[in-house]
Design a protein around this ligand. Structure first.
Ligand SMILES: *Cc1c(COP(=O)(O)O)cnc(C)c1O
Length: 235
């Protein structure tokens, strides 16, 4: 029997998932934190819905996607499963309604206009959980608001009643020690809490840097390839 490229047996998936959960628990305890205060989101981008189904069968609840079309398709196909969909990609204003329809949490609110578009897309009186994404790099082209503007963006989100600000999100720069980048994020999160005391989430940490993120107070980890295996090439 051959396994298609990019796919893996469910038993491998189970082994990788439990290995990562063990490492998360170890990192939490090493940082003097309880593993129970950390949510592990499995990033399933580029993988088929069948992989999300396998993860669900292993007890995974929170999954992350970074493209609206993929989010819409998978969340639609798997709507019978009890899954929580986290949108972690750069959001286009004209896709906000579609994102809002499928996502339970949007991590990547990086400008007033995107927040406004998500707010306008509310179809019911349900409130959408969102995070302000902060750009920790020097490159303005990267996703996220500049650190100096994070509080102003948070205040804008607070003015939109259909959005509930839960905290901040960031990706560590490639050319910096993640520990120092996440230390900055920790301070920015504290600044945001001065205007939004309930915004206690810190979404940080991926396959390569989740231990550093946990040490810096991350509450939500976004882990992809260490659990799913390598991502298939995009068609
Ligand atoms: C893809 C992605 C991840 C997961 O990356 P891995 O290195 O595979 O764990 C986390 N966050 C964001 C924003 C991503 O796009």
């Amino acid at each position: 029997m051959t396994t298609p490229v990019g796919a893996s047996a469910p038993s491998d998936l189970a082994a990788r998932l439990s290995a990562i959960d063990d490492r998360i628990a170890d990192s939490a305890r090493a940082a003097g934190r309880s593993p129970a205060e950390i949510t592990r989101i499995v990033v399933t981008k580029f993988h088929p819905a069948s992989l999300v189904r396998d993860l669900h069968a292993l007890g995974v609840h929170a999954v992350g996607e970074n493209r609206q079309q993929e989010l819409t398709a998978k969340a639609g196909e798997l709507s019978a499963l009890d899954l929580e969909w986290h949108f972690i990609g750069q959001g286009q204003t004209n896709k906000a309604a579609a994102i809002r329809r499928s996502a339970d949490v949007v991590h990547s609110v990086d400008r007033d206009r995107f927040a406004d578009a998500l707010h306008r897309a509310a179809e019911t009186d349900e409130v959408l959980d969102v995070l302000v994404q902060v750009n920790l790099t020097e490159d303005e082209g990267r996703g996220g608001v500049a650190p100096a503007s994070a509080v102003a963006l948070a205040e804008h989100v607070l003015s939109l009643p259909s959005l509930r600000l839960r905290g901040v999100m960031a990706v560590a720069p490639l050319d910096e020690d993640p520990a120092s980048a996440f230390a900055r994020l920790h301070h920015i999160a504290a600044d945001v809490r001065t205007v939004a005391p309930d915004a206690t989430w810190i979404s940080a940490g991926m396959t390569g840097d989740f231990a550093e993120a946990i040490a810096a107070g991350a509450t939500h980890l976004r882990i992809g390839s260490a659990i799913t295996g390598p991502r298939p090439a995009r068609g």
